[in-house]
Design a protein around this ligand. Structure first.
Ligand code: ZN
Length: 106
């Protein structure tokens, strides 16, 4: 069944559909409290030096896509650690600037 047709069927059943670009999904540690980049150990394995854990590359990608979709549903935005580095830095800088501005205004 084509993807577009499948989406219509899923939506008609009352389910929400969320898309996620695969950017960085197998490059970053899937643990919520860890922002580390993963090292490629074997062709299909990844290793987080900070957590000292090995992951299957496809499992990491799947788990991170699920986390991105969950964030899209709850907060309507992609988590910073899965954004391109330039965009994540700009967002973090803007957020920090807003906090400073609010502190000065108080
Ligand atoms: Zn980690």
């Amino acid at each position: 069944m084509p993807v577009v047709s499948s989406l219509h069927v899923i939506k008609s059943l009352g389910h929400q559909v969320v898309g996620a670009h695969e950017y960085f999904t197998s490059a970053r540690c899937p643990r919520p409290t860890c922002d580390s980049f993963l090292e490629t150990v074997l062709p299909r394995s990844k290793y987080c030096r900070q957590c000292q854990v090995y992951f299957d590359r496809d499992a990491v990608g799947s788990e991170n896509i699920a986390r991105i979709c969950e964030a899209q549903l709850i907060r309507q935005r992609r988590p910073l650690k899965f954004k391109p580095v330039v965009a994540a830095t700009a967002a973090a800088t803007t957020a920090e600037g807003s906090k400073r501005k609010r502190r000065r205004e108080q």
